[in-house]
Design a protein around this ligand. Sequence first.
Ligand SMILES: [Ca+2]
Ligand SMILES: [Ca+2]
Ligand SMILES: [Ca+2]
Length: 278
Amino acid sequence: MSGAGLVPRFARADGAAIPPANIVDLTVVNVGSSSVQLTWSAVGADGYVEPATAYDMRIAQYNFTMGAWSSLTRVTGTPTPGQPGIQESFAVTGLNPGTMYYIAVRGVDSFGTISVAYNMVSFTTASAGPTPVSNVIFSPQLEGMQIPAGKSISVVLYNAGTATAAASFTGTTDTSGRVALPQTASLNAGLYDILVSTQGYLKKKLFEYNVSSNAIIELPTLPVGDINNDNIINSLDWSVMSGKWFSNDATTDINKDGIVNSIDWSFLSKNWFMTGDN
Ligand SMILES: [Ca+2]
Ligand SMILES: [Ca+2]
Ligand SMILES: [Ca+2]
């Protein structure tokens, strides 16, 4: 005989008429710049012990209604439902940084019947962080000479349009006449005004250069003749040179031919009263 009111003690087979229970404890655990970690409790296929067959998780960048469900992007890779009541944990990846999202999840049973309700959660992904650059090479140019190896070159990188130096270093040129950004200089990718200087030359600035990893940055040619390094070529430089006239003074022998004479003066004369950048 049958007993009214008896509770089944065994797992009941799933039926199409009864949807999985509603998932109403969807929770955002952690938000990154391109991902979000979620948890929720597994639900049964008919509200009994048999697990649901799948999850149907939807995501949008707007606050959606139930009626919009089928038009929303379905999140792929959701886990196979565990036993009802266990905590599910799942990360949604491939999101855009600095973006607000709305997300919800429903259970699906073996007949494709879906939970009737859900709780929707929203979150905003973190901003994209700065990207450190590596292997950045500077190619300086000096008026009147091919740059030898071992030449000391100073470089300052200012945040573009500002007087704030993001990095500065003095390097010696390699056999290609180039200097590398030291590994100790932590520099993020971005727009910089790059000031370059070396002894005996006016300073020059390269404006709004977009620095990225593996860049080879061609620097502007530095005008020669600023012997006393005050960033202007004038009589003070000439007074130094005239004191070395007909000597082999390396600092004032601009064309490096072993003698300070009218050829060296001609460089000063050509750049007379020229000033550098700063
Ligand atoms: Ca069912
Ligand atoms: Ca000078
Ligand atoms: Ca000379």
